[in-house]
Design a protein around this ligand. Structure first.
Ligand SMILES: [Zn+2]
Ligand SMILES: [Zn+2]
Length: 136
């Protein structure tokens, strides 16, 4: 399916083709500290279809949890995490795009969870945590 998205402030936009069957939640320690929350939800987008406007800032972590260097792209103005990819110049083969920035996020529900061994121990219990429709 076609996906489109942008960061919080709109300075960076993303377009491409993604397979909704490939949406995953990642509970690795890098995703927790890189997102500032408990996990990331992402979908792969092939470099052949990936289009970008604006200029993301990129941080390359030399040893990610996976053991490989990863380039983490985010908006230099508003800080929204955008995607990760292989480090290097030019178009890459694959981009792992953060689902929260996409217009189609309602249709992109997780199909698997990876790095479960470092998942926060409360993530399976959220349904029992008090729910408030807006703020208190
Ligand atoms: Zn932004
Ligand atoms: Zn991760």
């Amino acid at each position: 399916m076609k996906i489109q998205g942008s960061c919080f402030c709109g300075a960076v936009t993303i377009e491409g083709e993604a397979d909704p069957a490939m949406v995953s939640v990642c509970h690795c320690a890098d995703c927790q500290s890189g997102s500032g929350t408990a996990f990331r939800v992402s979908v792969p987008v092939s470099g052949a279809t990936f289009k970008l406007t604006g200029t993301p800032a990129v941080y390359v972590k030399t040893t990610a949890d996976s053991g490989n260097p990863r380039a983490q792209a985010f908006c230099p103005t508003c800080g929204s995490p955008l995607y990760s990819t292989a480090p290097g110049e030019g178009q890459q083969a694959m981009y792992i795009v953060r689902v929260g920035i996409l217009k189609q996020r309602d249709e992109l529900t997780p199909k698997r969870q990876i790095w479960w061994r470092s998942a926060r121990n409360w993530v399976t219990g959220l349904d029992s945590v008090q729910k408030i429709e807006k703020q208190t």
